[in-house]
Design a protein around this ligand. Structure first.
Ligand SMILES: *Cc1c(COP(=O)(O)O)cnc(C)c1O
Length: 748
């Protein structure tokens, strides 16, 4: 990925270019003189290095609502950096107009005011300074483009309530753009959209933070923004070179997302821990929406050089704006006693995979080089296929012309309903292909296609197309999952079940270890999770491992269960957690996972087992217990658990000590597993069609309500066409090639 390194280097070169350019002020002569004098003095005093190391010749531009403290904070920063401070109100507007801002506003009215304000700012350029904007500057596009060219726009995101209180005490009762009839609060909410459009970096101010504290946060934010080579990723199998001169092969976020798997077979993990939010920052998120929580958290974890914060914010809005049946996206529901259900199934395909796959394609599309086509290959036996197809169909039109999906599923190895769902999720840039074999064949065939360098080379040369996988080990899929764990905790706080800081346990039906690992990351960011309860079904290799430290696949056969998404033997994300537990010992990871591959088992040492067991407990649930739990929960509370959720509930009932709340991840909607539910609820009409079963279950008026999107898709099914192919890798390859031709090589 030379492309990206070069990109970063150029970026870096640009910002480190020493150019203390002279100040060009193209303004009214009078003001020009005043400013020039101010600058001249400032220049004399300026210790070049202090600003150079922080923002170079760029300006630090403070943006935010009236009352955010832009002027005060600007002055403090100016002092700290020993650089020039410009307050747009005082130093530009009033001097240009020769009257106060409020006089001008009365003179010309709102709209004219914005224009004249814009004109005044456009007429002036500085560098290496701190600029405090007016609250309304961001509503003038040309102004903001002008400032952005040579500045870092810092958004002072102050809590609304603080702003309102400050405005009250400043006796400001009317602000620019406010018409009679709108309240200050409403106006500030509208303004927010403008701020969100322009910022390069945000300071998420705690309630009642002092100007000094905010100024320090601004400096930190600018420092992070400028430090484009920080926040890198390494492979879990990475060993640190003994020779310090040797270059360490680290990756940026974008590269980790594109490549998915590291070249040494390991998984990408952040080189440093994930950022921790302060208690005050978390508390501000208690009253926030899911989208706002996601924006604040992901912005911290994705460097703006990979995805600019404002762009990231748009992606998050697209992903979680309208695609979920519940406006809370991932609501928490009190079940009984100290148990809460985190409902992760309100997305378009009814499983928790939607939570990451509605966002990940947007991250992916942003990260890939603009001139390449990408074909995502997926082998699926369950929830992934439809979630991937649906997620990638949410891209904008130009991205859909260069990113497409091919999903292979076992023609006779999935339930009617699953098949219906997979083929029903086909969209213009995605196809589902039934393979006349089992899931293992599909998976092995897809892996062989990836490894076939003749074929992949041919696709690159002939069609400018790269193959990619979007599977559950991709960092771009793991990261969005952190949000719902944090969000669930915040919801318990906002609903008054706990106060911020008190512990909770989480209990998660676990397969590839992605969901539960995301909870570990949420804890790393500051959510006080006490125990991670890992729940398995009959395929309980993880339970045994957590209890003994021995991961042993010998003599283990995969059993088919009512909870197929956790029928798993090799739990891939476990490697990331072990890497964390072993303090980043890549050598150990290489050893362990090579042993797993060649000897089919490994044992970790006692110290490491104990460390793992400090946070993790595990147990497994039999098929009978699973059905019994669905039945008894329905009887006692009218709530239907899907079989995966039931597995977790059984384990939580058995091993959670009830001294704190436990949040049980509900990873799928029960509609997806109607036959198991009918059996559990002892409903006799077993020989119905999937649709018939769904309708019958819907008529029970149980909670949660039936999944509308699933019902709709199943109903449309008879009309949907899909392709079926023979169990032969070459046949699969030719399907891939045809698909590439159809998707990317259309004559325009
Ligand atoms: C994928 C899936 C799981 C397993 O999640 P991991 O992150 O792989 O542990 C559990 N339940 C359902 C319904 C799933 O689709």
């Amino acid at each position: 990925m030379l492309h990206f390194n070069l990109n970063r280097c150029q970026h870096l070169k640009k910002i480190t270019q020493k150019c203390l350019s002279s100040i060009q002020v193209k303004m009214d002569k009078h003001i020009q003189r005043i400013l020039l004098r101010t600058f001249a003095l400032a220049e004399l005093r300026k210790s070049w290095h202090s600003t150079h190391s922080l923002a170079g010749d760029k300006n630090i531009v403070l943006m935010g609502p009236p009352g955010a403290g832009k002027t005060t904070i600007g002055r403090i920063i100016g002092q700290k950096l020993d650089c020039c401070v410009i307050d747009v109100d005082d130093d530009i507007l009033e001097k240009t107009w020769n009257m106060s801002v409020s006089e001008k506003l009365q003179d010309v009215g709102n709209e004219q005011f914005l224009e004249e304000e814009g004109k005044a700012v456009l007429n002036f350029s500085v560098s290496g300074s701190v600029i405090s904007l007016t609250g309304s500057n961001p509503m003038h596009d040309a102004t903001m483009w002008h400032l952005k060219k040579n500045g870092i726009i810092v958004y002072l995101d102050v809590p609304l309530i603080d702003i309102i209180n400050r405005l009250k005490s400043m006796k400001i009762d009317r602000i620019v753009g406010q018409n009679s009839g709108t309240s200050v609060k409403e106006l500030l909410q509208v303004r927010r959209q403008y701020y969100k459009k322009w910022y390069d970096t945000r300071v998420f101010c705690e309630s009642k933070a002092s100007p000094e504290e905010v100024a320090d946060e601004v400096l930190n934010a600018v420092k992070r923004y400028q430090d484009v080579d920080s926040e890198t990723f390494i492979s879990t199998r990475h060993t640190w070179p003994k020779d310090c001169e040797q270059k360490v092969s680290t990756k940026f976020f974008s590269e980790a997302v594109i490549e998915g798997l590291a070249s040494d077979g390991g998984l990408f993990v952040p080189e440093k821990e994930l950022p921790k939010l302060s208690c005050g920052e978390w508390k501000r998120l208690v009253g926030a929406t899911y989208i706002e929580r996601a924006q604040v958290l992901l912005e911290r974890c994705i460097h703006p050089a990979d995805i600019p914060a404002a762009r990231l914010g748009e992606m998050i809005e697209t992903a979680y704006g309208e695609n979920f049946a519940c406006s809370k996206i991932a609501p928490v529901r009190h079940l009984s006693g100290n148990q809460f259900i985190l409902e992760l199934f309100h997305g378009p395909t009814g499983s928790f995979k939607d939570l990451s796959l509605q966002l990940m394609p947007h991250l992916f599309a942003h990260c890939i080089p603009p001139s390449c086509n990408y074909m995502i290959l997926v082998a699926t036996s369950g929830d992934t296929g439809s979630a991937v197809l649906h997620g990638f169909s949410g891209l904008n039109n130009s991205d859909k012309q260069r990113i497409a999906v091919a999903t292979f599923f076992p023609e006779n190895g999935v339930s009617d309903f699953q098949k219906a769902q997979i083929i029903g999720s086909q969209k213009e840039n995605g196809q589902a292909i039934g393979v006349k074999s089992d899931f293992d064949f599909c998976q092995t065939a897809v892996k062989r296609i990836f490894k076939d360098s003749d074929f992949t080379g041919f696709l690159t040369v002939e069609y400018g197309t790269t193959l990619s996988s979007a599977n559950s080990i991709n960092w771009g899929r793991l990261l969005p999952q952190v949000i719902y764990h944090a969000s669930a905790y915040l919801d318990l706080v906002s609903q008054g079940f706990i106060s911020f800081g008190s512990p909770v346990d989480v209990c998660i039906p676990t397969g590839n270890f992605g969901n539960i690992l995301a909870a570990v990351y949420a804890k790393m960011m500051g959510i006080p999770i006490r125990k991670f309860i890992c729940a398995s079904n009959q395929n309980h290799v993880l339970t045994d491992f957590i209890k003994t430290g021995h991961y042993d696949l010998r003599e283990r056969q995969l059993a088919q269960t009512f909870s197929p998404a956790i029928d798993i033997l090799k739990s891939s994300n476990l490697e990331r957690h072990l890497h964390l537990m072993a303090n980043g010992d890549g050598q150990l990871m290489t050893k362990l996972f090579n042993q797993l591959e060649y000897q089919h088992h490994f044992q970790i040492e006692k110290m490491l087992v104990e460390k793992l067991q400090q946070d993790f407990v595990a147990d497994w649930c039999s098929e009978e217990d699973c059905l019994a739990a669905i039945n008894s929960t329905h009887n006692t509370s009218g709530y239907i658990l899907d079989p995966h959720t039931a597995v977790a509930k059984v384990v939580a009932d058995r091993i959670q000590d009830k001294t704190c709340p436990v949040i049980v991840s509900s990873t799928a909607h029960y509609s997806k597993f109607a036959p198991a539910i009918m059996q559990a609820l002892k409903i006799k009409e077993m020989n119905q069609t999937s649709l018939g079963q769904l309708y019958l279950l819907s008529s029970y008026n149980a909670l949660p309500p039936p999944h509308g999107a699933l019902l709709k898709r199943t109903k449309q099914l008879e009309k949907v066409e899909y392709q079926v192919c023979d169990a032969d890798v070459n046949v699969l390859k030719s399907h891939v090639e045809t698909l590439i031709q159809n998707q990317f090589m259309k004559a325009f």
